[in-house]
Write a protein that binds this ligand. Sequence first.
Ligand code: GLC
Ligand code: CA
Length: 558
Amino acid sequence: MEQKNEERYWWKEAVVYQIYPRSFCDSNGDGVGDLQGIISKLGYLHWLGVGAIWLCPFYPSPKVDNGYDISNYFGVDPEYGTMEDFKQLVEQAHALQIRIVVDMVLNHTSNEHAWFIKARSSKNSEDHDDYIWRDGSPETPPNNWASFFEPGAWEYSEECKQWYLHLFASKMPDLNWESMRLRTKIYEMMKQWRGLGVDGFRLDVVSCFAKTCGLPDVQPVDGATHFAGQYFMNRPRVHDYLKEMRQAVFPSPDFMTVGEAQGVDTQTAALYCDARRQELSMIFQFELMELDSGPLCKWEIVQFDFLQMKAIFFAWQTQLPTGWNSLFWSNHDQPRSISRFLNPPKALEQRCAKLLALSLHLQRGTPYVYQGEELGMSNMPFESKDQLRDYESLCFLRDAQKQYGFDEETAWRAVLKKGRDNARTPMQWDNSPYAGFSACEPWIVVNPNYKQVNAKAQAEDPASVLLFYRRLIALRKTTPLVVYGYTVPLLQSHTAVFAYLRVWEEQQWLVLANFSAQTIALERLGLPARGGLVLTNIGQETNPDCLLPYEATVYRVE
Ligand code: GLC
Ligand code: CA
């Protein structure tokens, strides 16, 4: 493999910590997280050892989609602070060797963005072309596409008497990337953020920037879903845009970029992140996240299959030799990983959280830790719809019957399992009221398990999930094998054990993770001989001849 010529960059060596500013830490007691709150926790992040923070949007926004609907690309929403706060955050993070990656939401804006307000004012406005418009009668949308959040992807503007496309909420019009004038405005804005010292961008739904010419109707799946991904995901033009953006905004490969790329496989992913193509550093792919969804939509829940999970991991580990992987179990759009992928009995929750951590972080790629994952935070037992804040979940509950034929009970169960608010409850800092997140009632309920699951208690407990994450992160820093080694899949058809080798120069490590509640004997599996122990999630009980329930252990191979 490539290891000899491997190019070294900080973003391959760092662990990235994802912050959802609204739910991380509230400094001024209004129940909403903010930038000063984040600044107050930099010491914690430094202690944990993370090399970069990815900040979800904090820009001015009416917050239909909690900030992914941006009304001003260069500013800070007053709820989160000021530009001065942002500059302070960058400066203080840098002083601790923590880099800052900001979210760029460039597929769409809010309908309150000045560009949109001008664009819709008239067909003749010079900004009109910044968005995607179609003529037609106000009764009939231009095509039959569904949006990600709503049954239809078009909204009629009374002002300019045309329809505009929105792949997400109707208040989030899609930008027209075909317009060179628009692209130039976007690049100028991105350069302003670079000028403030940010070290990287996470590009929201990057795979959707380019749409198929003519925007044709889609053949519905099962007569029900009009998801038209084939016409707007991973279209060839997106790569022209990214190459152009790279040259205009971040020509240096040291600047980190990670694109959120729905609908890619290892082949199409390489088009985005093959280093020779000069587009992005890496992408987020969603093959794993789609494993427990049926063909209709993410809300159609199917049993998650362990062998498929392994096949996906191994494919990405071995079939992207000139690209770089991102590794994640969770983010602000996904349910909590511990509830989703294992859902163990209470007594084994901590062990399982460590199993997930170890089996992911030892793979080749950049690991992302989503706030609270390092504590083993789990899904929220929401009791009623009024506790939900997520636009996507609320739209789904409203339309589930009509759109997919789900009854109320089935729809609610789906939201409990998959709803995005599971990941958006406040970060659990300590066992004081509101989990130490805020001095007053937060914008969204706190998970009642905060008395047991919180950062303060775990920082004092050597056997905690938090300290385990800290050790894992430290291991990456001291061991080139963890970063640059290549991966050899093992036991591909074993139904309980996830096993692989990492190989770097003369060194080999064996990673073993038992995803089942059974003890597994290892003698007859033909594994390489276990040498010294590197790290385990089960303390002193490790026995190289077997794996205890949910054990995850790394050995040196002598
Ligand atoms: C991305 C974001 C998600 C948002 C959507 C629209 O998928 O991660 O939170 O709702 O884009 O911007
Ligand atoms: Ca606040």
